[in-house]
Structures are given as C-alpha cells and as structure tokens.
Design a protein around this ligand. Sequence first.
Ligand code: CA
Length: 545
Amino acid sequence: MDRRDFLKTLGLSAVACGMFRTAARARSHKPNILYIMADDHAAHAIGAYGGRLAKLDPTPTLDKLAREGMILDNCLCANAICTPSRVTILTGQYSHINGITGLGGNVPGEQQYLPLLMRDAGYQTAVVGKWHIGTQPEAFDYYNVLHSQGKYHNPEMQERKTPQGREVTTPTEGYCSDIITDISLDWLENRDKSKPFFLMHHFKAPHKPWDNAERYNDLWEDIDIPEPPSLWDNENNGSIATRGHNDELIGIIGKSVSPRHHSGYSLRYHKDGLSAEEATRESYQRYLKKYLRCVRGIDDNVKRLLEYLKAEGQLDNTLIAYSSDQGMMLGEHDYVDKRWMYEESIKMPLIVRYPRSIKPGSRSDALISNTDFAPTLLDFAGMATPDYMQGRSFRTIAETGREPKNWRQSSYYRYWVHMPPDGQPAHFGIRTKNYKLIFFYGAPMEPGKQFRTPPGWELYDMQNDPHEMNNLYGDPEYKTLAAKLKKELLRLREEVKDSDADRPHIQAVIDKFWDGGEEEAIRISHELAAKGHTPPSRSKEPKAK
Ligand code: CA
C-alpha cells in the first residue's frame, strides 16, 4: 500500500469511526421517557386514525403529536381487557406466562420488570394515575395511584414518595384527569434532574361510567354523533358462537347499545317508553357523547404535559408514547365494551414522538403487540430485551419505517374470561395484515364454573372488509385459506407457549370443533336459548337523565 492509499484508508476509517461514534452516542444517549396511557381509548376515537368520529375533532393535541411522530396502525392487544394488558406491558409477556388472564391476581414488585430494569438503566421512575393491578406499583421509585378503578370526581390517591417510604391515602378535589396531570407535573418539577426520567402517566378516562369534566358538559350537545352502519344491520358479522343458531342467542351474548338483551347486558341509556329503534339511537348518542367528552379531557391534559416539557426545554429530549390498555367497541356490531377480538377492541392506539430519531408524520402498518412495549422502551433506554420477555423491540420500525428481518407477520390473541361480567365468550385467534381467524371455544377456565356457549369460527378479510361485516368461514372459496390460518394459529400457540394440555375440558372442545362439530354446536345453542342466562349482580351504570 503506498502512502496515498494508506492516507485514503486512514481518512475513510476516520470518517467511519466518526460516524460510528455519532451513532454510538445516539444509541447511548438516554432520552427521558413519558409513557401516557388511557383506559379504553379506541384508536378510532383519535382524529389522526381517521374514521367516522374524526370530523368531530375529538383529539387536537394527540393529532398534533401524531403529526410530529409516528402512528402505528396495527398495534394489537394480546388480551383486550384492562389488568391483563397492563401486566403484559409491565412484563413483556403474554397473559398465560405472567399469570394474569383476568381482572384478579397479584404482580409482586419483583415481577414488575419494566420499572425495575429502567431503574437499572439509570432512570428515575414513577407511575401516576390508574394502576388497577392487585399489588401496588412497588418497583417504582415514586407512585401516586388510584385505588382499583378510582373515581372520576374527587378521587382518593394512594401515594408513596420513596421506595423506603410509607403509602399515604389522600383525598382530592376536582376531576380525575386534571388531578392525575397535576400530580405528574408536580413530580416532573421536583424530580432529580441529574437523571433521565421514566414516567408512566395513566388516565382513568375514558373508562365507564364516562363522567366528563364539567367544562365539557355541552360539548357536541347539538350534534348527532355519526353512527356505525353495523349498529343497525350487522349483515354477516358473527357466527353461531356470538349470535346463536338463527340468532337465538343475541339476547344473551355480548353487551349491547340496543335494548335487545333480556339478560341485562344492554346499555339502557334511554328514557322509558321508546321503541327499540328510538331507544338504541338515544343510548348510542348518550354513550358516545359521554365517552368523547372524557376523551377531550384527556387531550387537553396531554397538552399541559407537552407544554411543560417544552417550557423546560425537554420536549425533544423525551420519547413520548401515547397508547391505551386496549380499544373499545363504540356501537360497532351493536356492541359496547372491549374483550372481543374484533378490530375496534383489539386495536390499541399507539403514537410515538422522538424527533431525534423518529420521522415526523410517519406511519407503519407493522404488527405490533403490547408484549413489545417493554422491550421497545428498554431499547430506547439502552437496555437489551431480557430473555424472559416474549415481545420484541420495534425501535427499528419507529426509526426507519421498515420491519426488521423476521418481524412477526401474524399476531396471537386470547380472551380467557368466559361470559361474566359483560357477556363475551372465551376465544382465541390469529390476525395477519390481511386476515383474521377467531375460534370461540366458549368454555370457562375451570370446568362447571359457567355454562358453555356454542363453539364457532369466524374469518374476516381485513383488506376488503375492514369493518368485519362478512364472516367467510365455511365459504368453500376460503377453505384452503382457513386451513392455512389454522395451521399458523397452532404454530403461534406453540411459539407463545399457550396450551390447554392442563385444561382437558377446553382441549376436548378444541379437538371436537377444530374441523366439525356443527350439530353439537346447534344443540348447545338451543339448550342455552331455552335456559336463558342471568348475569351476576354487578355495579350499576348511571341512569338515563
Ligand atoms: Ca381498559
């Protein structure tokens, strides 16, 4: 090598080294992390996600956040219900691995992996707002949380200032979303500013009973909220599992907007003496207005958080993520509540903003799972994903818009709780970018604890039928596809280590109805229709005004 070549190589190496150092600095830089989560905030109730509610402008701040960051269009919850989703976010594990399949159960401090690892990464950690897990957030440096569901007005807050400190319960005055934000702002102001922060800011809103801040009492009052067409005509959505044979179970299964239920699972936000159509219309309007007013109360509080960070010069130095523990049925298919594998319920909104590496105005349709949240946040904090987490960091997707090699092309879902408290049968299934296959096995976790509902399958073409109005299962043209998806579903169950081997009564249902059993399903449907079903006593919804 002559001198000129040597200098050239040296020069290139120096450039390469310089680039490496810059990249390494960017990778080793620890941004603050503000993780904001709502409760039951459906993606289609955020303007930036589009849809029929976008024209009402429910979320001006979140829309701006989306314009300055990335929208994830296919973020799917692995089990669309509050506590299990929250525990999956903390552990990076599916419900059957972390042990929290329903609303009960404890997660001891040593299992609250995300805040523990953030502390190891040098972060000051806090959680404020709704927690809704049996064990308190012991693994955080600071917490100030609602007890269980908490109240919308004048909630009591449970605070622990240091890991060695004692928990103190304090009454408050005001509206829940405002109070939670006041607490977060106070913590941010008084934190140890020599360390980066990791703050989980969890709103209670817009969970039922949908009490809004008084300042929004009249918002959208004189406007008719657009209805989903499936409120009136559900076409070929559903199956024997969700509607019964010849619709004989629509008064028993699934919480509804319309007063169709004889089992008490209807919203009933209407005055007495109305026709079914009038009652449905009135309940829907009242439900959506209450819900969206709670959403607006989140949006204006997110604005306060962002304005504070901006004034502090920390806005662009903070990775901000906005999500919800799962979605919500807002009258689609005449349903209220979540839990379903249907799109409005399974989809979590997810917006991420970090202008140092995430391109403003970007969007991705990669299949993201809530098992990925902890690995991703840890990745931004400079921590590798521990092997006990089942999710994977989507940092590359957020930063480049491209899916890394071997990124998942199918997502596993399972809703474990059968029927009570809101009338959804147990089911599992698979979602790809193009299709969704659901198997309602309709049996409780423990045999004999609840009655069975008829097992059945549903298959939807997500590209051509995004509102899931035509169940293609059983259509001869889709037989090969259904078989292929079933095979992939079995592979996924193995991959995520879900098995019913220790629940022989469920495994027997899977074996019997995997490819047949239609006559038996009709018999179960008839039996249930004849017997009826009374849900257990539960907290009352507010009465219609
Ligand atoms: Ca929830």
